[in-house]
Design a protein around this ligand. Structure first.
Ligand SMILES: [Zn+2]
Length: 126
């Protein structure tokens, strides 16, 4: 099963962000599934200028190109794992609503941590 891992990216401390994705990916692998991480998804390929929209931090493509790439990866997954703080992230909210709408199995980190019995998703506390 391909599981898309969604965690806040914009405005998040990179170390914390990477830790969240690493924890999510690890949990997905531990459950014998394949994690799909948004930062590993290529931006939407196109010729000419990017579609109108916000500039991305990376500089080459803008936010719409990355969102298009991420959406195209998301719809090829079977499930979505939402990491802590997803409700405050525009990108995660979008991913969650698309996932619900197209029938993906949606799990929140807290739920999946409970399923693993005892693991508390402790990457949040430092
Ligand atoms: Zn572009």
């Amino acid at each position: 099963m391909r599981v898309y891992v969604a965690a806040p990216i914009a405005g998040i401390d990179p170390a914390k962000r990477d830790a969240a994705f690493a924890a999510g990916a690890q949990a997905v692998v531990a459950a014998d599934n394949d994690p799909v991480l948004p930062m590993e998804v290529p931006p939407w390929p196109h010729e000419g200028p990017c579609p109108e929209g916000a500039l991305s931090a990376e500089g080459f493509h803008n936010v719409p190109c990355h969102v298009r790439g991420e959406m195209s990866a998301l719809i090829q997954c079977d499930a979505l794992l939402l990491m802590p703080g997803w409700q405050d992230s525009k990108g995660c909210m979008l991913e969650a609503s698309v996932a619900y709408e197209i029938g993906l199995s949606v799990t929140e980190w807290a739920d999946s941590a409970r399923e693993r019995q005892g693991s508390e998703g402790s990457f949040e506390s430092e």
